[in-house]
Design a protein around this ligand. Sequence first.
Ligand code: TLP
Length: 351
Amino acid sequence: MKMEEKPIDLRSDTVTRPTPAMREAMMNAEVGDDVYLEDPTVNKLQDTAATLFKREAALFVPSGTMGNEVAIHILTQPGQEVILEESSHIFNFELSSMAIFSGVQARPIRGHRGIIDPEEVKRAIRPKAYYISPTGLICLENTHNHGGGTIYPLELIQAIISLARSEGIHIHLDGARIFNASVALNREVSELTKGFDTIMFCLSKGLSAPVGSMLVGSRELIEKARIARKMLGGGMRQVGILAAAGLVALETMVERLKIDHQNAALLAEGIARIKGLRIDSAAVETNIVIFQIEGLKADAQEFAKQLNQRGLLCHPFDHITLRMVTHKDVNREDILKALDIMEEVCAKLLR
Ligand code: TLP
């Protein structure tokens, strides 16, 4: 790579930079003290999110992690268990926060590409006995990050929600990338999230806002969430500066996620043709591409390092698995270039 060339960054859609329209909206945002509920731009963003999801209320939080952990805090009691999928973000990348902040333990169950079967959920619900930790909450993730951007089939979501309801268990959705599922299925986010107690979604991933996620739910739950957010130090002040970018994200960045999905499909098809790489390209449903190396004189870390040296950034997951994520700051041409780089490195490393 020539020094002046910018790398093709496929590590995550979190690397997206704010658009010019976002920067302009941030510059001109009307602000107030949001801890006093007086920031008009935050209030507008929260109302917009609540309307989109057909819910009573929403809360702006600094990160997806905080949104998930606040939801767990308000939906559980200390000593309870939380059922989730074993490769979920909450279980793997939120630093045991549920144990520390909410005093609950995780009961992870194995899914297929991140999707859990209602029967498995049923089996994981703890029997009611005074000497067993009760199940307080189920968390699902849609799309599923480590599953490969998998979209949860709606009928499975509905089956798990009715199970939760019949057992008196709460249910939260980590919908960090729910808009990717929405554009891929051509269905409203309100339809895909109906029945969850709370939904977290991120403005800062494919939607390209610089910071921020939302927690959506009933007025009562969102009031509790505001207290939990404050406990975590997440009460922000003139944060309309950031909410302004979030509004532009919701207004202008949703439909274009389709382009990311097309680029991910192009990437997956290309990977399938490269000797030394293995992928089920038909399994790529949204903007996340997960694949394995096969028959190379290198592990995934070394492979990623060599791609990096040629200006292609990605995320190694384990010794053979890598992730690439498409987003607005990479185009079709970048994808074709990325494939050339991978082909060149594979040819060098083939056994
Ligand atoms: N995911 C990030 C990393 O943390 C791995 C990424 O690059 O994909 N839920 C899901 C499904 C996520 O993928 C993430 C972030 C979060 C929650 C947390 O969001 P943030 O980073 O805003 O705390």
